[in-house]
Design a protein around this ligand. Sequence first.
Ligand SMILES: Nc1ncnc2c1ncn2[C@@H]1O[C@H](COP(=O)(O)OP(=O)(O)OP(=O)(O)O)[C@@H](O)[C@H]1O
Length: 338
Amino acid sequence: MRSVVVEDLRKSYGSVHAVRGVSFDVEQGEIFALLGPNGAGKSTTLEILEGFRKRDSGTVEVLGMDPGSRADGRELRERIGLVLQDIAVEPYLTVRETITRAAGYYRTPRDVGEVIELVDLAGKEKQKVRNLSGGQKRRLDLALGVIGDPDLLFLDEPTTGFDPNARRGAWELVRRLRDTGTTILLTTHYMEEAQQLADRVAVIAAGRIVSEGTPATLGGRDSAKARIRFALPEGCTAEDLPVADAVLAEGLVTVEADEPTEALHRLTGWALDRGAVLDRLSVDRPSLEDVYLSLTGESGPASGDEPADGPATTDSATTKSAGRKTGSPEPVLERSAR
Ligand SMILES: Nc1ncnc2c1ncn2[C@@H]1O[C@H](COP(=O)(O)OP(=O)(O)OP(=O)(O)O)[C@@H](O)[C@H]1O
């Protein structure tokens, strides 16, 4: 079953074609990551799915509902959770008060204590929000995103600004949420985050999806040649090597092979026969980041160099900050207020 269906979604802001025919699905129970450079159209896409922005054209279904329809809006807000980039929370409330207040906006919220445990804020319940560290605040944001026990959770750059330990903790938490049945749609700029968390990823550049797949297969990663690298032993030239197509650059030899076992055996055997070592020896395939960089290239936001495919309208909210990011003092509460 699919939790999110997006078909040929388009959205322009005046002459800026932010989203130009995006299509993707998110299966129920999976973690799906949207990757892309600044200005690629990720937030615009998410804002449309969350019901904060109107689309120009295309089909969007979130949990079987249309986020652009007023009739579906209320039911949808009850069933989705949001962790946005900037969430303003009341600084003088405590952690428990903040979460309890948010719980009050839902018909069937999760237990407040259970959520505090889930986000590892146990022991901090009585601390005022303004005294939390950056990472603890972000975990509070996560708590507010899940307190309504959502079927679908949107996470917009959930670990930006985290130290490596806090990031790993947050990944663990996101996995735990997935394991309890929550479908998760996230955006991130961290390739390792996508690699660690996502069941599937889509790369968006200049308003279009340029590749989609599992982190292991994206952009043909799994079928890419392996690269063997090592420092050329002293007194040898590239011609001495027992393999064809060795490339030497700045003292480092690179040999590419579909299946590196045999080439590696020949190279290490050759080195041992001469009593030499292959210094800095490594074998790898393109990382997710290599693939991402080659897919996204130099692409920036699409501008008026091409005719808009749909009506080039601008939302009544004319600045980016008038959308979901900073518009209300408390988006989590705002979307829940009724
Ligand atoms: N309200 C708006 N009015 C005019 N232009 C906008 C508005 N919101 C976004 N844009 C433009 O649309 C394009 C896509 O922006 P969007 O925020 O969707 O990208 P993004 O992929 O989320 O970027 P980032 O990674 O920096 O958050 C950008 O060129 C941006 O400047």
